[in-house]
Each structure stands twice: as C-alpha cells, then as structure tokens.
Design a protein around this ligand. Structure first.
Ligand code: FRU
Length: 326
C-alpha cells in the first residue's frame, strides 16, 4: 500500500499529438488508474523546447513530487532538468534524453542499438551491396543523434553499402517529404531508405510513388505501433518493408515513479527491447497486440463494474445516514 494520496506527478511531453505519444499517455493512464488518489499534471510543449522549459518551471512553482520528462531537444532542456534534480525532485527521463547524467532514472529503448539493427538489417536485405538514404529525426533530439550513430556503425559492417544522402525530417511526415523532394536526383540512385520513424517512412513511400521511383526501393521505419495508421499495419500492407519496435515506456515510467516515491528499490536504466518487424513476423505481432488489447478491454470492463458497485454502496450509505438521522 503506497501513500499515493499525497503525490503529484508532473509529466512534461515534448509533443503530444502523434500516435506514438498518445499511446504513451494511454499506457501511463492505464497504470495511473491503479493509483486513483495521485494527482497527475500533463503538459504538451508542441515541439517547442523553450515552451517545454517554461512548462517545467511552472510545474516546479506549482509543486510536484516527481517529474517525468521527454525532452524535445537534449541541450535546451538540460538546464531545467538539472535544476529540478538538484532541488531534490526525482526526474524520470523517458524516450528522449538531456545532455546530462543528472536524472534519477531513464526509461526507453536503446536508440543506438535500434540504428545499428536497422543498418545491419538493410545490409542483409541488400545482400551487402547498394546505396542507402537516411531520413533523420529532429536535429539535437537524442534519438535522432543515437539512431544516426548506430545506423552508420551497422552499415560499416557492409563495405559494399554506402549512405549516399541524408536529410532531416524532424520526426514529421510533411517535413520529411519536403526535404526528400529536394533531393530527387539522389533518390533515383538509392536501393533503400532508413527513416528514423514510421510517419517519415510513410512520407518517404509517398514521395517515391509520386516521383515514380521503382517499387523495389526498400523503406524501413521505427516505432511499429499497433492500430489504425500504425507501423504494423503499414508493414502488413507493404507500404513500408520493415519497422523496428520502439516501445513507448509509458507503463514502466509510472511503475518506476511509484517505486521512487515510495522509497523502494528501482532500476536507474530501464532499457526496453526492440525487434525488427517485417513480412516474416508482422502477423504474429498483430495477433499478440490484439490479444493484449482484448485483455485490456476486459480489465476496463471490470474496472467500470467495480466503479458501479462503489457508487451503489455509497448511495446506500447515504440512505442509511438519512434513516439514522430521521
Ligand atoms: C514521436 C516520435 C516517434 C519517435 C520518437 C523519438 O513523437 O517522433 O515517432 O520514435 O518520437 O523521440
């Protein structure tokens, strides 16, 4: 039994609108529902590092017991995260990192490893020969830096493969498309494209189609989300060739938060596993997700039944009190 009633958890999200981060928040809320008395403050910086800094400042002024943060860019958010930590407020960094080691715990997959897996995978798909393009995330955000570094190292293992062109798509479909159109001549000479996330990978496929570049060009993304518009569906329908799973860590961040708040032992580096999903295993992955999803629905049904019971019980208490008084 924890003392959740006293706790306020602040969660500072760098940009809240996309499917991946909505999934992260859903996972958090699911776990938070087991702690009905906790106060949860959520802010969305809309992809603006300055705004995110201000939002964290405001949380500190209002008073929080623990901060969960996904920093939009590493450097601009470092100072405020260090300040929070130095005030003695525990900080859980999720998905994106700052440039500092001053944080209480990290939750997320190993982005260097993901980049390397992508490089090695393309190396084997292209049988060790060819040109590849890279569509990178937002410059200065840690997953873009780490996925790029890993990808270069993965490709290095195949001396016949060359990264011939790189653009920044800032994690956004429209930006990726705009940059890719600009490099049309170079695109005509690539055999595969690694995009740092699935939304940019889907934008990449659109551009290839628009420029009537061969369907044979392999497109690889990251995230592999279940559901409508997610990467799994895009792999299954062959819009993209493969995606690397990037778990959101929403649930793990909340469980870690309560371990810290309740002064229990916790893991500082919580590294979540990734895996390549392509046509060979996508059906299995979809099946597993739909199983989890139906179990989730069962839990929600049970929770709302419990809530109904509680209401009925409370009403009966009221009636009892009335009877006693009269
Ligand atoms: C969502 C997202 C994901 C990507 C992650 C990197 O906002 O762009 O697609 O994997 O952020 O931080």
């Amino acid at each position: 039994a924890d003392k959740t009633s006293q706790y306020t958890i602040g969660f500072s999200q760098c940009i809240g609108s996309d499917l991946w981060r909505r999934t992260m928040l859903d996972e958090m809320k699911m776990e938070l529902s087991l702690h009905p008395d906790v106060k949860f403050i959520y802010t969305d910086a809309g992809g603006n590092s300055q705004k995110q800094t201000e939002q964290v400042k405001k949380m500190l002024d209002d008073g929080i017991d623990l901060l969960i943060i996904s920093p939009n860019e590493a450097k601009p958010l470092t100072d405020i995260v260090e300040q929070t930590y130095n005030k003695g407020i525990p900080v859980i960094v999720i998905d994106r990192k700052t440039s500092s080691a001053l944080y209480t715990a990290y939750v997320g997959a190993d982005n260097y490893q993901i980049g390397r897996m992508a490089g090695e995978y393309l190396g084997s798909v292209l049988k060790g020969k060819g040109n590849v393009a890279e569509v990178m995330g937002l410059p200065g955000s840690s997953p873009a830096i780490e996925r790029d570094r890993g990808f270069n190292d993965g490709i290095k293992k195949h001396p016949g493969i060359h990264i011939t062109v790189q653009v920044y798509g800032d994690w956004l479909k429209a930006n990726a498309q705009k940059q890719l159109i600009k490099i049309e001549p170079a695109l005509k000479n690539v055999n595969a494209i690694f995009a740092h996330n699935d939304v940019m990978a889907s934008g990449t496929r659109d551009v290839l189609n628009k420029l009537q570049i061969s369907k044979g060009v392999k497109v690889l993304g990251v995230d592999a989300l279940p559901g409508n518009g997610g990467g799994l569906q895009m792999v299954a329908s062959k819009i993209i060739n493969a995606s690397l799973l990037y778990p959101t860590g929403g649930k793990e961040a909340i469980t870690t938060a309560f371990r810290i708040l309740n002064k229990e032992s916790f893991t500082r580096e919580n590294l979540l596993q990734s895996v390549v999903i392509d046509s060979t295993n996508v059906q299995l992955m979809k099946l597993q997700w739909s199983k989890i999803n139906s179990q989730q629905k069962d839990i929600e049904r049970q929770q709302s039944l419990l809530e109904e019971q509680r209401q009925i019980y409370n009403n009966q208490q009221v009636i009892l009190n009335v009877i006693v008084i009269t």
